[in-house]
Write a protein that binds this ligand. Structure first.
Ligand SMILES: [Zn+2]
Ligand SMILES: [Zn+2]
Ligand SMILES: [Zn+2]
Length: 336
């Protein structure tokens, strides 16, 4: 990706002179250049740097690192130790980078580590790890947090500093150094945005008119922010906890309705009789639901009932049930 400057023609001419016919496509404020080989890709980057042609690299998927997160290690674990222990545990994998995730608000390190592996055909082996450094751990695919990637080198968007060939620009003063190298260390009263030029905010502020807005990813639904995701997850969990009877209450009548419609269509003559049966069945279901709810609120009663078929005589069954009901009556009166 080459920045589409006014001198783009000159830039493309230079590239063509150097590399023969290059395949270049206009893409909004950039020009996409497709090198033919990995070697040409490397040479072009070198050439662009030398000629001060600003660019960033879009890596093919196969070249991008394989990222996972490891949960369960102590938050104070040394990153170098993780690297060396991983190399011993799984010699087939190639570790590119290990980092620790930080809480966005408090900036405190979390007990989640991100590991980048080279896609060498063995990277999936990492999922075989269940215990590491004496602890039970969990390996999950890393999912990029929602929102735009902002480059640490140039502070523009949609690429990372590792792929950046743009001029370095400081977020605070716009000069040719990384933000963390800036001589300004105190918060500025009225900062100037290096991307849109307005005062009052810096270019990493989400409200900046040039800060890319979050778009839902195709086919993946909306990317919820973390807090919202957790909230939604807890909602789902709660749904799982809804009693079986409440779920059947929702499901069974609809099912019966469906069946009844089908049956009355297929069986017009006996329709009324069928519907009568269904009403009876529905009534039975409702009764069963009331009974189930009642039973559920009384500890041990379901167990007692499940034991009934083991008894031979009806008399024994009644006695068993009455005994259980007796203890239930006691416990209920105790509660009251
Ligand atoms: Zn950049
Ligand atoms: Zn600066
Ligand atoms: Zn701005």
């Amino acid at each position: 990706m080459i920045r589409n400057n006014n001198n783009y023609k000159e830039m493309l001419k230079n590239l063509n002179n150097k590399f023969g016919k290059v395949n270049a496509v206009l893409a909004n404020e950039y020009i996409k250049v497709y090198p033919e080989t990995a070697e040409e890709h490397r040479d072009m980057q070198k050439f662009c740097r030398e000629e001060k042609i600003e660019f960033y690299v879009i890596r093919p998927l196969s070249e991008r690192p394989f990222k996972i997160v490891m949960k369960g290690l102590h938050r104070e674990t040394d990153i170098e130790e993780i690297k060396s222990e991983l190399a011993i545990a799984l010699p087939e994998i190639e570790i590119l980078k290990v980092g620790q995730l930080k809480n966005v608000r408090t900036k405190s390190p979390m007990d989640i580590f991100m590991i980048e592996l080279k896609k060498n055909g063995h990277e999936n082996k990492i999922f075989e790890l269940t215990h590491f450094m004496f602890l039970k751990i969990k390996i999950q695919n890393y999912r990029k947090p929602p929102g735009a990637t902002q480059c640490w080198n140039c502070n523009m968007f949609n690429h990372s500093s590792a792929n950046c060939g743009f001029q370095t620009r400081c977020l605070k003063c716009g000069e040719d150094h990384r933000t963390n190298q800036c001589p300004i260390t105190t918060p500025q009263e009225n900062p100037k945005c290096i991307n849109c030029g307005a005062t009052g905010h810096i270019a990493s502020w989400r409200g900046c008119p040039l800060f890319p807005k979050i778009k839902p990813t195709k086919g993946q639904g909306v990317n919820y922010p973390k807090a919202q995701r957790e909230f939604l997850a807890s909602q789902y969990r709660r749904q799982e906890n809804i009693s079986y009877s409440m779920q059947t209450q929702k499901l069974i009548p609809r099912q019966v309705e469906l069946n009844s419609r089908q049956e009355s269509e297929f069986n017009p003559q006996t329709g009324s009789r069928e519907i009568g049966h269904e009403k009876e069945f529905l009534g039975f279901l409702e009764g069963a639901k009331v009974m189930y709810d009642t039973l559920k609120s009384i500890p041990n009663l379901i167990k007692t009932i499940s034991e009934l078929p083991m008894l031979e005589k009806t008399e024994d069954m009644f006695n068993h049930l009455i005994k259980a009901l007796g203890t239930v009556a006691n416990s209920v009166s105790n509660v009251q």
